[in-house]
Design a protein around this ligand. Sequence first.
Ligand SMILES: C[S@@+](CC[C@H](N)C(=O)[O-])C[C@H]1O[C@@H](n2cnc3c(N)ncnc32)[C@H](O)[C@@H]1O
Length: 257
Amino acid sequence: MKNDKKNYKVTLVGAGPGAVDLITVKGLNAIKTADVIFYDALVNKELLKNAKPDTNLIYVGKRFNNHRFSQTEINTLLAEYAFTKNNVVRLKGGDPFVFGRGSEEVDYLENCGIEVEIIPGISSALAVPTNQGIPLTKRGVNESFWVITGTTSNGEISKDIMHGAKSSATLVILMGLRNFTTILNEVLKYRPINTPFAIIQNGTLQNETICIETLENYKNALPKIDYKSPGIIVIGDVVAEHNTFLEEEIQRVLENY
Ligand SMILES: C[S@@+](CC[C@H](N)C(=O)[O-])C[C@H]1O[C@@H](n2cnc3c(N)ncnc32)[C@H](O)[C@@H]1O
């Protein structure tokens, strides 16, 4: 691979959580001037309409077991295009450095002598609960929030779910829907059974959904999960701040009366 020239460059751009207007101005400008854009499955395709008509749009998304390119192939493609095109943009959902393998791409490209500019994005971990009016922190309720993967590289749940559940933290779990029952059972070992949680899917998009339950009633949420859509699980007392929580709690009490 060539590494004899100094000004090869890739711009790594965070596309934001989903809504087309939740990308940064800087990220949008990078799309507008790109000659080639490599984009992921969770990038809102509407954003690509901002590209020049002759921009080469290359889908390299990975969802579940449906991988068009392996990570190694993506790294190689990015480098190959960086050596032949001027404005190469790598567009990733949310923030490129939050469970996005962005730093692996940076490492690979820099090892090839390619400069990488990183444009942060609004992570779904922050934007999706906020968009629903669920504060990740509230004075007197919790002192931190943890953003945890619900599925590690070997398919199991992270040990950090146990550590987080032992704290007062709001737990924000990405990629956790397929391990939902295991995760909830783990959290139930350490948190009161009436702790509320929310599953928010397609956050910030037109088809956004939210399901709120308490840990003890987590099975009620199972039929509502759409395993094909992205979703986050938010666990902690801050979920009670959601405007429907009180109403649903009263309904639950009445049903059990
Ligand atoms: C591979 S991670 C990438 C996260 C991304 N880098 C970010 O900062 O948002 C993908 C996971 O993010 C979460 N996610 C991304 N977009 C979402 C959305 N619009 N609504 C709900 N969850 C979302 C889901 O848990 C999904 O499985």
